[in-house]
Design a protein around this ligand. Structure first.
Ligand code: APR
Length: 243
């Protein structure tokens, strides 16, 4: 089926849906100039060991090193703007009675694109919390590393590190959204990190029409009704245009 025909088939499903959801990953932000974790020459995990940057143990061992990396990412997030893929998902939320966007991304671009019903499954970098008293504050863009809370404790990015629990209630709300969706879009994720990746099976087993958008195949591909070898910034706007 052609690109256009596939987009029309997805638009036909979304047009009559009253409940839909999407799971997004770092690939959604590639067309905003941000690197992914595992694909492409700029992949964040290409020359870095996640265990030295994205675990509580790494932060305890060298908080300044962890902060240098997050501060670099935060600056890149600030310089990036939402791309047509982000804007298309925000438009789907306006057009469908219930549309929940579950994102693994911490760059805030979905919110800046206008999406409102967003579950940030892996937290965000724009806020930080005190490792001692848990107070949450906007992430300081400069100053000493690690930045300090008013209580004197070290601040840490408000992201979910490997081995940490997801934000309270986030997975439950994401599970409900996936299990209740008539159409479930999976965009820009390698589908290798759980429990987020497991939401594809939750949607499928609940009878959703599952659409994957990714230039590469993933472990989720075989569970999808349609799997587009495409960029999210190209395919999603066409689907919205055909709604
Ligand atoms: N449009 C859609 N998908 C794209 C695009 C694009 N323009 N460019 C690349 N991709 C795809 C890649 O093929 C890859 O499958 O996006 C996917 C990005 O995968 P990852 O880099 O693994 O990112 P993600 O799936 O979000 O990672 C999940 O892993 O390290 C943790 O916490 C981190 O939230 C992250 C989680």
């Amino acid at each position: 089926m052609s690109f256009q025909a596939q987009a029309r088939a997805v638009a036909d499903r979304l047009r009559t849906a009253t409940r839909a959801a999407a799971l997004s990953g770092a690939g959604m932000s590639v067309e905003s100039g941000l690197p992914t974790f595992r694909s492409g020459s700029r992949a964040l995990w290409r020359n870095r060991d996640p265990m030295t940057l994205a675990t509580p143990e790494a932060f305890a061992r060298d908080p300044a090193l962890v902060w240098e990396w997050y501060r670099e990412r935060l600056r890149a997030h600030g310089a990036a703007t939402p791309n047509p893929g982000h804007l298309a998902l925000a438009e789907l939320e306006r057009r469908i009675a219930t549309f929940t966007l579950i994102t693994q991304n911490v760059d805030g671009l979905h919110l800046r694109a206008g999406s409102r019903d967003v579950i940030e499954l892996h937290g965000d970098v724009r806020t930080s919390r005190c490792a001692s008293c848990a107070t949450r504050v906007p992430t300081p863009l400069d100053g000493e590393l690690p930045p300090r809370c008013a209580c004197g404790g070290p601040l840490r990015p408000n992201v979910v590190w490997f081995g940490e629990p997801l934000p309270p209630g986030a997975y439950e709300r994401a599970w409900e959204a996936a299990a209740g969706s008539e159409v479930f879009i999976v965009a820009g994720t390698s589908a290798v990190v759980f429990p987020a990746a497991g939401l594809v099976q939750v949607a499928r087993e609940a009878g959703a029409f599952v659409v994957e958008i990714n230039p590469d195949e993933t472990p989720a591909t075989s569970s999808c009704d349609v799997s587009m070898r495409a960029a999210s910034g190209a395919f999603l706007p066409l689907v919205v245009e055909l709604l």
